[in-house]
Design a protein around this ligand. Structure first.
Ligand code: ADP
Ligand code: MG
Length: 415
């Protein structure tokens, strides 16, 4: 059984969540992508298990037999935790129970380690430090992970002609795509059901800012003002008022790093889900590839397409993850850095590639670019595939996925 690991304050406090929506409640277990192969069973298990110490892990015997887990047979460990403003689930198989449990613990620790570097709403992170010193000339010493994320960000920024730009932070704040006590969903969770209300975030009481206010901040959005001293591992922002937001790349990067940790611990098969950023390590214990379902953007309980994956990360950017409605129009948290307004040509984009950080950044970029230019971008990169869900629920895939993706639910092929 999956054990829910709940951080103190998780149930009620939602201020300053920085990496995207709270998700994964019973009604919407695994938003973004549903891993069909996995009976993660979060909804069913949470209530009874109640709250446990963070990082608690349980094991199952792998394979068909009901023999209790021991030290000689392959075994599976699972854990659920809360990190990076979202909900992480890991399920991993290794040679022994001890090995699987240690691996899962180490992978959760890896996620926490990265969260402690990139969360811009925590005072003590490297990103917060960079933002605090924007424009004052101070170089901030950063980790190799941060350098790596920023170099990937630069690559995607350039390849997307600016559609991906982590200096978007001032506009994200202006639009209010940051969850606060006031805007958090009202259906609060309870200790008996800790994940209640953790679905996609429909922000309340928001309205678009004035064009004037947008125009003023737009001049601060400029990734070329991020100075990266790669050899010296130092970073600074050129102008006062600028700020970095790695919400579009960090979860994908982190989930792939956590998968590396599992591999180093001898894990041969695993699934990791960090708020819809998924990594499928190896294959299922049966030897079949994992099958990932792309969520229906307007119905969290169904899937619209299914794709086989192995040793790949899947990142989804969707307009249903964090948004508000005003005057009948939906405004989502994915902003076009050229206009300062939410992008909205597609409902979701899922990117599949072994490099988790790259895939996450590309999913945001392709969402902003839309179905034509976004598809061109993904096609131009080797080893990168993608699935677009259009406003009429039609589905478009990159050429490498043709014949591999199955439609489901109300999905149909785009003409
Ligand atoms: P999520 O984090 O919701 O899973 P994404 O990976 O698409 O989804 O990242 C969205 C986050 O990225 C936003 O919450 C915001 O912090 C940031 N963001 C929004 N627009 C952009 C953009 N054009 N470029 C880079 N980051 C963006
Ligand atoms: Mg992204």
């Amino acid at each position: 059984m999956v054990i829910a690991t709940v951080r103190p304050g998780f149930v009620t406090s939602s201020a300053g969540i920085s990496f995207g929506p709270r998700r994964g409640g019973p009604g919407a277990a695994l938003t973004g992508l549903l891993l069909l192969a996995v009976a993660l069973g979060v909804a069913g298990c949470q209530g009874r298990e109640g709250q446990h110490a963070a990082g608690a892990v349980t094991t199952n015997q792998a394979g068909p037999s009901a023999v209790p887990a021991d030290q000689t047979q392959a075994a599976e460990a699972q854990a659920v935790s809360f990190t990076m403003g979202t909900y992480a689930q890991i399920r991993a198989t290794a040679a022994t129970r001890t090995q699987a449990e240690k691996a899962v613990q180490a992978a959760l620790a890896e996620l926490d380690r990265l969260a402690a570097q990139v969360d811009r709403f925590r005072d003590d992170t490297q990103v917060a430090e960079i933002n605090r010193h924007a424009g004052d000339g101070t170089w901030i010493r950063v980790s190799p992970d941060l350098v790596s994320m920023l170099l990937t960000a630069r690559r995607v920024h350039e390849a997307s002609h600016g559609a991906f730009d982590p200096t978007i932070a001032p506009l994200v704040d202006l639009w209010g795509f940051v969850e606060t006590e006031e805007t958090a969903p009202t259906e609060a969770s309870t200790p008996e059901s800790p994940l209640e209300g953790m679905g996609p975030t429909h922000l309340r009481g928001h309205r678009p800012p004035s064009q004037d206010a947008i125009a003023k901040l737009l001049s601060l959005v400029s990734f070329s003002d991020v100075e990266i001293d790669e050899a010296g591992r130092k970073v600074r922002l050129r102008r006062p008022g600028q700020a970095l937001d790695l919400g579009g790349i960090a979860k994908g990067y982190a989930v792939a790093k956590a998968a590396e940790v599992l591999r180093r611990h001898g894990v041969t098969s695993a699934l990791l889900d960090l708020g819809g950023n998924i990594y499928a390590l190896g294959k299922k214990n049966s030897g079949e590839p994992w099958r990932a379902g792309v969520q229906d953007p307007r119905d969290p309980s169904s899937v619209i397409a299914i794709v086989p994956v192995a040793d790949e990360a899947l990142a989804t950017s969707g307009d249903y993850e964090r948004y508000f409605e005003y005057d009948g129009t939906r405004y989502s948290h994915l902003l076009d850095p050229h206009t300062g307004w939410p992008a909205g040509q597609v409902l979701s984009v899922t990117v599949i590639t072994p490099d988790g950080g790259l895939g996450d950044a590309l999913s945001t970029a392709a969402f902003v670019l839309g179905p034509v230019k976004g598809l061109e971008l993904l096609e131009s990169l080797p080893g990168v595939e993608g699935i677009f869900v259009l406003p009429d629920f039609s589905v478009k895939v990159t050429s490498g996925l043709k014949g591999k993706v199955e439609l489901a639910g109300r999905g149909r092929w785009a003409p």
